[in-house]
Design a protein around this ligand. Sequence first.
Ligand SMILES: Cc1cc2nc3c(=O)[nH]c(=O)nc-3n(C[C@H](O)[C@H](O)[C@H](O)COP(=O)(O)OP(=O)(O)OC[C@H]3O[C@@H](n4cnc5c(N)ncnc54)[C@H](O)[C@@H]3O)c2cc1C
Ligand code: SF4
Ligand code: SF4
Ligand code: SF4
Length: 491
Amino acid sequence: MNKAADIDRENLEKYGRSRNIHVVNEIVDNGLCVRCGACEPSCPVDIIRFDEHAYPYITDEAQCLFGCVRCIKICPGEHVDFEALDQKMFGVSPSVNSVSGIIRRHLVTHSTESTLRREATSGGFVTQFLMFLMDRGHIDGALVLGSESGSDGWVEKPFIARSTAELRTAIKSKYRLVPYLRVLDEIEKTPGRYAVVGLPCHLHAIHKYVKATKKLEDRITVLIGLYCNVAFDPKVLDEVCEVNGLTRGDIKHLDFRAGHWPGTILATLQDGVSAKALKVDEMRDEFNLLKLFYAPNRCNMCIDFGAEYADIAVGDPWLRDRPDGEFKFPEGWTSIVTRTEQGDRLVREAEEAGVIGVFESSIRTYMVNWERAARYKREFVPNNIWLHKLLGYRVPKYFRDLPKTSTKSKIIAIAKFINYRLSFFKPYRMLGLKVFQSNAAVQFFRRNRGKKAARFLQDLPRMERFYEANKPPAPKLEDELRNVRVRFREE
Ligand SMILES: Cc1cc2nc3c(=O)[nH]c(=O)nc-3n(C[C@H](O)[C@H](O)[C@H](O)COP(=O)(O)OP(=O)(O)OC[C@H]3O[C@@H](n4cnc5c(N)ncnc54)[C@H](O)[C@@H]3O)c2cc1C
Ligand code: SF4
Ligand code: SF4
Ligand code: SF4
């Protein structure tokens, strides 16, 4: 294995090989693994693989190099030094209560190509922007998540797209956890410039990986982060099929966001027939339901909703900024925040080239809506971390104070924790899926959704105050940041 040649030979000579090292298994056993996949390419002796739940395991402990711990150094599961990343990328830190990250501009955008816009998750910004970067020669490839269908049915497939046609095949969000970064070694092996699209935890891993293997630093030229509340445990697909009398092998294609925005989960079966995968109204209800039973505990301890360490962060425009409190961009738009100067520059270039349409929004609009969109991360996650610490579990360390929360939200966190524990049992999950697909539950979701605009308007004065108290500070310019030396504390 030639990867072993360039790694810690000194360690090998000094310590020899040892069987008694736990490395990634320890991250998994302590419930800290985000299932990002980065440890596989980091391993110099290629002994890390992933099981069907997307967890890493070591294939041959005897091969593990004692003293190497490279997989742990790049792992975002237990340590991500937010403060050091804030200083390195922006020279300032955001308010801990905002959990918004540092923002340069907030825009609502879409692809100007109508077909792409229709096929995309939100407004097709991500795919269009990547195609633009490739056409302009800014990148040679991009890490994206496609999918394929085999005898086991539909599965997600991370790959490096090297043409605009390949980029198109990866359009749309896939909401199950996948060891996405396992293909990073292709970027390491093949010179060129690359974009990476990823969830916030993917970007945490990339920043750590880049630090450990300097090679990738020049290769990854732009990071596009997806806002993320949660990604589901992979077993969700088998169980949703099972509760509806199907097997995964019956599914030829799965679209998590089919039809009008925000869309609904649609399965296309091997015989070409399409069917709603869950018998609930629309994507928001489906996601709330699936979150109850398939949200991994590590997601429930993740504080990064807005891909704080991306050049450009993107998500759905859940923006209620109209006098009636309804959504302002109900169809075919992507909300984006530019975070770094480089990201902002490239977005301006795409805008000037006419490949994206742009509505110039404001940080105020973003933050006022953010207060609600990120509530899961602002209120539930800190309490879940508090509860786990209290019970003696290991928890992720972000080197940042966590938002302050109320007693009421602590009680809610305890109830959610009990539900999480009950969700270990399959009969509980299956019963839940059945109950929530019943007519009564569908009616409940529908009524509740109808009240949200009114609640938003009632809450507006409080959210305005939230914005005033937590406005993100202006980031420093690239020139000022260039010489910043940052010490990451997990070392
Ligand atoms: C698991 C997950 C959770 C999300 N949660 C939220 C949320 O809570 N709130 C919100 O506003 N937005 C969320 N998003 C983002 C949202 O779904 C859209 O991805 C975003 O609005 C971009 O839309 P688009 O039309 O511009 O992208 P498209 O043009 O459709 O392109 C999507 C891109 O994302 C890549 N991609 C898809 N799935 C993944 C994945 N799992 N990991 C890495 N890359 C992937 C694809 O390869 C493609 O390049 C989430 C996305 C994911 C994948
Ligand atoms: S690198 Fe990613 S997949 Fe590997 S143990 Fe850490 S969190 Fe899990
Ligand atoms: S410690 Fe090194 S050799 Fe062992 S699994 Fe991790 S990366 Fe591989
Ligand atoms: S919630 Fe956090 S840990 Fe979970 S998938 Fe999203 S970014 Fe990763």
